[in-house]
Design a protein. Structure first.
Length: 283
């Protein structure tokens, strides 16, 4: 039986500040498990996908996020190459697009306002006040460098954060209120619209826990709803467990590092990919 060819694509270094090793290891381990299942696996950097005349494999599993790379992968997808995650789903994790997708799907998500970073831009009403911090975030990729995500208290601080983005050529930003509570991170694997095949959650380590109680099953449902709205199959994200027992979804990401569960998650991901890629044929 001919082995199915597949590629794994690493995340861009610029998109993995401080997480390069963790991101690389989950991809390598997943590839190793896939090889044990009879797949022919080659791992590549995003730059290695632009070789002229390169013939793509039957399937690609990817952590890359750049627009140019997604354009190349989308063209291959149109030609029949199976991707996990799909390029469109990865692009829909860009913050501005994610807000629109989650809103259209009716997924409960932190209140978000898209504003201009220009100095003359009007402030959305009601204007923020001191003591009510606001997160100022770039509207596309997630936190890649200092200044991409800033907690600002009061209008002057918010204006300064917006101005800093503007000087970098970023014309819009997302404003989100700070939500008090315990920050919970999650990982999930599964087909969009179905219960996760695998799901884990844990508390973000750099915080003082209040110990608010919440329903883990409700968190899994909320996370899956967010992932499904974006079309993600391998995903992670953040939520806040509030004092009243509620959950507020803050973010959904494509293929995180799974650092705390790397060995367990890589085996499950490989099994999921084997099911997804097994019928893809050989090339």
């Amino acid at each position: 039986m001919t082995r199915v060819r597949c590629w794994g694509v690493f995340r861009e270094r610029a998109h993995s500040p401080g997480r390069e090793v963790d991101d690389g290891e989950i991809l390598r381990l997943t590839g190793k498990h896939l090889e044990e299942r009879g797949f022919d696996v080659v791992l590549k950097s995003p730059d290695e996908l632009s070789v002229p005349g390169e013939v793509p494999p039957a399937a690609i599993f990817l952590m890359c996020e750049g627009v140019a790379v997604m354009r190349q992968l989308t063209a291959w997808e149109a030609g029949g190459v199976r991707h996990v995650n799909r390029p469109a789903a990865v692009l829909d994790t860009y913050r501005e697009r994610m807000i629109a997708r989650l809103g259209a799907a009716g997924v409960a998500f932190v209140s978000s306002e898209i504003v201009s970073t220009g100095p003359a831009a009007p402030f959305p009403a009601p204007a923020p006040t001191a003591g009510a911090p606001i997160w100022v975030k770039r509207p596309d990729v997630h936190n890649t460098q200092e200044g991409d995500v800033v907690l600002a208290d009061g209008e002057p601080a918010i204006r300064a954060a917006l101005a800093a983005l503007a000087t970098r050529g970023i014309s819009r930003a997302v404003l989100q209120p700070h939500v008090a509570g315990d920050l919970v991170k999650f990982y999930g694997i599964g087909r969009p619209g179905e219960a996760p095949r695998w799901f884990r959650w844990f508390y973000h380590r750099d915080q003082t826990l209040a110990g608010h109680r919440f329903d883990p099953d409700a968190l899994a449902r909320l996370a899956e709803a967010g992932a499904a709205a974006l079309g993600l199959e391998v995903y992670g994200g953040d939520a806040i467990a509030t004092a009243g027992g509620g959950l507020v979804l803050l973010d959904v990401n494509a293929w995180p590092s799974f650092a705390l569960y790397r060995d367990e998650a890589s085996a499950v991901i490989a099994g999921y990919l084997a099911d997804a890629f097994g019928a893809g044929g050989a090339r």
